[in-house]
Design a protein around this ligand. Sequence first.
Ligand SMILES: *Cc1c(COP(=O)(O)O)cnc(C)c1O
Length: 349
Amino acid sequence: MSYFRPAIDAMTGYVPGEQPKSGIKVIKLNTNENPYPPSPKAIAALQTIDSDSLRRYPDPFAHEFCQAVSEAIGVPKDWVIVGNGSDDVLNILIRACAEGRDRKVVYPMPTYVLYRTLAAMQPSETVEVPYGENFELPIEQLVAANGAVTFIASPNSPSGHSVSLEDLRKLAQQVSGIVAIDEAYVDFAEYSALPLVQEFDNVIVLRTLSKGYSLAGLRLGFGIANPKLLSGLFKVKDSYNIDAVAIAVGTAAMRDQEYKNANANKVKTSRSRLIHDLKNIGYTVPRSYGNFVLATPPKGNAEEIYLKLKESGILVRYFNQAGLADKLRITVGTDEQNQALYDQLTLIG
Ligand SMILES: *Cc1c(COP(=O)(O)O)cnc(C)c1O
């Protein structure tokens, strides 16, 4: 006899990347955090939060933040749903749409593992469709799977590739359910799928302040879709899912696009350098449109290298899963951090 629902007993919990205790000195290239600090304007906003805004409940719809999003990316204010991280918006989507066998969660593999975890909790059946050899989107199989929600991360983690707008369009046209395009890494990419939100009433685009805006600790993300799609999601969200601090700090960060873009440009320049360096020591590294690279060491001994790096105080991400066991996902750090990684990899040989 268990205290829990059968679905909970049967599932494996999500395993986040390691978060070393603060004060312990490591080079942290394992969870795709931005190596640069958040906007000074966001920090200033944090310092001006008054006692009353903590005493009261926060605005359940974070209107001030939605207004900043509207101005920054040119969508109407009532096309935005805000979440406690974009993980919260993923959770809201699954809670609102998925159930059992008849309302499945569908996604191509490999991708962000949280889609599976959230579906298992619901519970909802999942259909995991393998990507093509060169990460072509398996549109036909995704459509055939008939998901209540189909998740596409673009740029995708851990592969780093972007899915073409043409393929996303075909998918949105053909599936009957919702297509959720997870753009956690869009700030480091070359294009966004945002126009599809206007073209299709079943498309939602998800964004986060965790990566591009250097605010992973704040927990703030959002989704953009037409108000009719959002109306179902608003019913299931926690009333006060975003706190007053996140609204104030996130609004200031969103209004400072210039700062965010400048950091993203630095990361992109470092990304090219890192890919070049890794290739130089025999690694296979495909192009990446995120703030990370997926690198295959020449001898394929990824786990061993991961452990040796860890011993030397450098954390990268190792996924012990089919198709990824010979690879390392390495977050792009500052040039200094990337150099330290490179030096250590050269030592390990
Ligand atoms: C980091 C990440 C998220 C989570 O973002 P939060 O806003 O921090 O919850 C969502 N999707 C993908 C693909 C990510 O890599």
